[in-house]
Design a protein around this ligand. Sequence first.
Ligand SMILES: [Zn+2]
Length: 390
Amino acid sequence: MRVYANVRLWNGVAESYDQADSIAVQGDAIVAIGRGLDGEDCRGLTVLPGLIDAHVHMVLDPALSSAAEQVAEQPHVVRHKMVARAEAMVRAGITTARDLGGGAWLELELRDRIDAGDVAGPRLLCAGQPVTSVGGHCHFWGGEAADASAAEAVIARQQEHGVDLIKLMATGGMLTPHSQPKDAQFDQSTTSAIVAAARARGFGVAAHCHGTAGIRHAAKAGVRSIEHCSWIGPDGKRGDYDPDVAREIAQRGIWVSPTINAGWARFGADAAAKVTAHLRALKESGCRLVASTDAGIPRVRHEDLARALPVFARLAELSPVEALRCATSEGAAALGLADATGTLHTGACADLLFVRGDPLADLAALLEPAMVVARGREYRNGAARGAQPG
Ligand SMILES: [Zn+2]
C-alpha cells in the first residue's frame, strides 16, 4: 500500500477542498481517504482526479494538415507515434480519454496494450470506424453506409473488433474534402435506426454534429453525446441555435462535448461571442457539458487538455471548479465510468493528478503536474513505477 499524506485534496465534485489530507492506494485502487494517515509527505501538493478528454483521435498526427497525409501514413509509423502520444497524455495528467475514430482499429490495439501495462497511457474508450454516409465525413476510415441496414453492418464490424461505443457522423465535417459541416448526413428515421441498432448491441453513440439539422436528428434519436454542437445554419455559419433542440438535449440527459482546444484562444471577438452565447443558452436549458479537445486534428496535441481548459472555461463562462468538474466527474459520468474514475472515492481506480498551486483558483496550476498516478501506476520525475503489490 502507498499513502500520500499531508496533501490538499479535491474530490472531483465539491465546491472546495476536502477535510481529508491523505489518500491510500493499493494496486490500482484507492483503498482509503482520510486524515492524518501515515505515508509519504506530499506537503505543498494538491491531488485531484486524473483528467478526462472526452474526444480524441489517437491515430491522428496533429502535425499533419490534411486527411490525405494522415491516411498515407504506414501502420508501423502510426503505432510508434501513438505510443508516444499516450505516454505524453498520461504524464500531462490525462488518465482517461475517449477515442472517437480511426480506420484500422489501431487505437483499440493501443488501448489493450495500455490495459495490459505494456505501454504507458490513459484508459481509452474506443469507437473504431465512425458510421458515415457514402463519401461523407471521414469516409476514408471505412465506415460508409448508404442506409440503416448498411449502417448496422458497420456497427456489427466495430463490435467484432471490440469497440466500447459507436461514433456517428450526423453531419459533414471540416477535415473531409467536399463535406459540408452544415449538412445532415442522414435523415431523422435513418439516424434513429442507427442509434437504435447501436443500443441493441449495448453501445452508446457519440454523434459528430456541426449543423443544427444534424444536432436535431441526433438529439431526437437519443445519442449519448453530441460532439462539437456548433449550431451551423443553412448559410454555413454558426448562429443557428434552436432552443427546442437544446431542451430535448437536456431532457434526454445527452452530454454536449464542445471540443474546445487551446487554439480557440485566438478566435476573434465575434466568433468567441457566438460560442459563448450558445454555451450559455445550453447551460441555461440544463444541458451538461464535458471537456474535450478533438486532439489529433491539425495543431491540437493529445497532451494539451490542461492548456485547453482555461479557454473552455472562458468561452463557457465556467469557474475553475466548474471547468474541472467537466474534465473529471462529469466526463466520467458521460463516459459511463463514474464508479471507476472522475471522483476520488474509496474503491475507485487510483487515477490521481498531483499539482502545485491552487487549481480551484487558477487552472494554470494543471500545466505542470508534479506527479500522476494512472490506475495505480505512478509517474514522477520523468520515471514510471509499476503498481506495487501488497
Ligand atoms: Zn473528432
